[in-house]
Design a protein around this ligand. Structure first.
Ligand SMILES: Nc1ncnc2c1ncn2[C@@H]1O[C@H](COP(=O)(O)O)[C@@H](OP(=O)(O)O)[C@H]1O
Ligand SMILES: [Mg+2]
Length: 243
């Protein structure tokens, strides 16, 4: 199993525990907590079995300095969009599994699972972004904390806002042609964007910080508070709008 296959297998393993759990008896906070824990367990077990020497940075595990000297680091969010998952009837939540490698100084393989849609998107083969449909441009934003810069970007593009949960789901909404851009500010961590950004880049989309600088992974500070993901031809207009 190569690295992308392993990432995809880990995303599927998480889906295999998350879907039955969601359809079981737990609700609300208890369902969210169980989902986070069970998905973490499923992914960690596969990574430990197949890549015992690799380091892991996960939302649901204690971070250590060890990853800063490691050559290979998996960056994992076992359940992104916990709020949407625990609602029981929404599809906008995701599983993130990415690999960062020192040789490249960047993300080199990733998979993002969308269990409620039965899909796993990867860096290889990369998804094909559909053609732009007729109608106004669409900017995906957090449904629970839409930032002012996203409204500004939408206004500058004469676009409509598409409120959705999960950074992974929103990034893949651009990949899958449900949105043309995703703008976030105000807070987020490396695991919220790593795997989705890797898949978006592989699909030919533009990704950066709000100020246009590159998104950097496996740096000491896990806080990576803002990002832009969009069709490449929109990048200049989106970045100008959010500045
Ligand atoms: N202001 C903020 N501070 C910290 N984390 C944030 C944040 N805004 C969004 N996030 C995180 O980014 C992910 C997507 O958020 P949103 O759905 O609002 O777009 C969520 O991850 P989790 O669901 O894994 O916790 C959420 O916790
Ligand atoms: Mg998350």
């Amino acid at each position: 199993m190569d690295d992308v296959e392993l990432a995809a297998a880990a995303a599927r393993a998480a889906a295999d525990v998350l879907l039955p759990l969601r359809d079981g008896r737990l609700r609300d906070g208890a369902l969210g907590d169980a989902g986070d824990a069970e998905a973490q367990r499923a992914i960690a077990a596969l990574l430990a079995e197949h890549r015992p020497g690799d380091a892991v940075l996960s939302e649901e595990a204690t971070d250590t300095d060890q990853r800063l000297d490691a050559d290979r680091v998996w960056i994992v969010d076992p359940l992104d969009g916990t709020k949407e998952y625990r609602s029981g009837d929404r599809h906008d939540w995701a599983v993130h599994v990415a690999l960062w490698e020192r040789g490249a100084g960047d993300l080199t393989a990733a998979a993002v699972g969308l269990p409620a849609l039965g899909e796993v998107l990867t860096t290889d083969p990369a998804p094909v972004v559909p053609a732009v449909p007729a109608g106004p441009l669409r900017v995906a934003v957090s449904r629970s904390r839409a930032p002012e810069v996203a409204r500004a970007a939408a206004a500058a593009l004469d676009a409509v806002l598409v409120p959705l949960g999960s950074a992974g789901y929103k990034t893949l909404a651009v990949v899958r042609g449900e949105a043309d851009a995703y703008v976030h500010a105000g807070g987020m961590y490396q695991w919220d964007s790593a795997a989705p950004v890797a898949v978006a880049r592989a699909a030919g989309l533009f990704t950066s910080r709000l100020n246009g600088s590159p998104l950097r992974y496996n740096v000491a500070d896990t806080w990576l508070p803002d990002l832009v993901v969009c069709r490449p031809e929109l990048a200049d207009r989106v970045l100008a709008a959010v500045r």
